[in-house]
Design a protein around this ligand. Structure first.
Ligand SMILES: C[S@@+](CC[C@H](N)C(=O)[O-])C[C@H]1O[C@@H](n2cnc3c(N)ncnc32)[C@H](O)[C@@H]1O
Ligand code: SF4
Length: 454
């Protein structure tokens, strides 16, 4: 019954709300001047978080939607790392003092391609410019095909203590159809190398909706993934946007599962993981019940940022590297994606900021509502800063931008509104973004920049 209703909304294209407003609504009027001011004004009484983007891979997987580039040589990566260090030194120098750091995330692309000496030099610079908390988390994304014992040891020596590995699927036919062949043994060997080196917090990424993928294949992938005993898993619906991403045109669109089949695949993964004791986190993550994500969710403190769900409660996210997006109390800033432009900016002592979004008080309020919905599947407006809970019209209807959508969702039993509270019914978890979108002032339903809802 719930599936038929979910599929009714499947054509709605909605953002994943890793920020609000979302990146397509950033503007070019926000740039370096704003970023310099925002950095100078940052209050450093709470730790900040760091994100470092490494936009290189050895080969492109055809499904990939990340900002990255294939290279078989180390030279471009070495040059890029020197530029990344320039940006780190520049930005650290613009802060009003030494910032404490509790979370570092290396994303990509494939950060595990960074040559060991460059990694060590970059982490030494970070430790020189920032005060790392003794229990600071350092996470990095790894391509399992490229994790050797030496790579794992280099990352452990650099301080990494969490690894995120792209599994996607263990189905060989699907792996071939997406140009990413990696048998179970390769992934298991990568996990062993990481654990032996002391990196024992393991996340796995799974994808459904890939060409030739089946429900049975998803069940097998879950069974195999569980053998690796990950702490967390993230499950993403394949976003097919060949108009924007040329390499996705290599994917046989005829072999892509339809929406009803995608939903069955999502259910197979979700049921397999929850039956094994994992707790569903927000839209698309799963964690062991003793994992910080599960504990933060139970306490209503889960957060959402560009990396997905997190227990990171930093005062700001300082982002380094081409295309990286940072979040400061005043708003968001994004670096230029093109590598040449990124390099010239930092070599000239300029921050490579090209777009961003200064937050209005209404943006902040809507951001808080959307973040709570995405994390907890519910929000009580009376608990949101900036909302007057005593106003006679304080209820989700008053705040909604698309009231027709909200009315339909409530009519279909997807969401329940009770006074100042709105809750997404558990059976409709895949529609949490659709519910959140009813409160988004920027969303133009006519534009198809985002992936489908399910
Ligand atoms: C930067 S990659 C992971 C690190 C490493 N490069 C790897 O592939 O193993 C981040 C994750 O995004 C997900 N992803 C990439 N492209 C996607 C797409 N088009 N649709 C849905 N998920 C996607 C995959 O699960 C992938 O593991
Ligand atoms: S999935 Fe990972 S390895 Fe494959 S192209 Fe994307 S970032 Fe690179």
């Amino acid at each position: 019954m719930s599936d038929a209703i979910i599929l009714r909304y499947e054509n709605g294209r909605v953002p994943r709300y890793t920020s609000y407003p979302t990146a397509p609504h950033f503007d070019a009027a926000t740039g370096e001047r704003d970023y310099r001011q925002w950095l100078a004004r940052l209050v450093l009484d709470r730790p900040v978080s760091l994100y470092l983007h490494v936009p290189f891979c050895r080969d492109l997987c055809w499904y990939c939607g990340c900002h990255t580039k294939a290279t078989h040589r180390d030279r471009p990566i070495v040059d890029y790392m020197a530029d990344l260090r320039r940006e780190i030194a520049l930005v650290a120098g613009l802060l009003p003092g030494r910032a404490r750091v509790a979370h570092v995330h290396w994303g990509g692309g494939t950060p595990s391609l960074i040559p060991a000496a460059d990694l060590a030099e970059t982490v030494a610079l970070l430790r020189d410019r920032f005060d790392f908390a003794p229990d600071a988390e350092m996470a990095a994304e790894f391509d399992p095909r490229l994790v050797t014992p030496a790579v794992a040891r280099a990352w452990a020596a650099a301080g990494a203590n969490r690894a995120s590995l792209g599994v996607q699927t263990f189905d060989l036919e699907v792996q071939e159809a997406i140009n990413r062949v990696q048998p179970f043994e390769i992934v298991a060997a990568a996990v062993d190398s990481l654990r032996n080196a002391g990196i024992d917090r393991i996340n796995l990424d799974l994808v459904y909706g890939l060409p030739h993928q089946t429900v049975e294949g998803c069940r097998r992938t879950v069974t195999e993934s569980l053998r690796l005993q990950p702490d967390r898993l993230a499950t993403f619906g394949y976003a097919h946007l060949p108009q924007r991403l040329r390499h996705q045109r290599l994917i046989d669109a005829e072999a892509l599962p339809g929406s009803a089949e995608r939903l069955r695949q999502w259910r197979a993964i979700s049921e397999g993981l929850t039956a094994a004791g994992y707790v569903a986190i927000g839209l698309d993550h799963f964690a062991r019940s003793d994992d910080p994500l599960a504990l933060e969710q139970a306490g209503g403190r889960l957060r959402r940022n560009f990396q997905g769900y997190t227990d990171d409660d930093g005062a700001a996210l300082l982002a380094f590297g081409a295309s990286a997006i940072g979040a400061l109390p005043e708003g968001y800033v994004q670096n230029v994606p093109a590598l040449a432009a990124y390099a010239s900016a930092v070599r000239e002592g300029r921050t490579p900021t090209v777009r961003g979004k200064r937050l209005s008080s209404e943006d902040r309020l809507r951001r808080a509502v959307i973040e709570r919905l995405m994390c907890d599947l519910q929000v009580d407006l009376a608990t949101v800063d900036g909302i007057d809970a005593y106003a006679p019209d304080c209820n989700p209807w008053m705040l909604a931008v698309d009231r027709d959508l909200l009315r339909r969702l409530v009519g279909d039993g997807v969401a329940v509104i009770d006074g100042t509270r709105i809750e997404v019914v558990e059976a409709f978890r895949p529609l949490v973004r659709t519910v959140a979108s009813a409160f988004d002032t920027y969303l133009d339903p006519a534009q198809a920049l985002h992936a489908v809802a399910v």
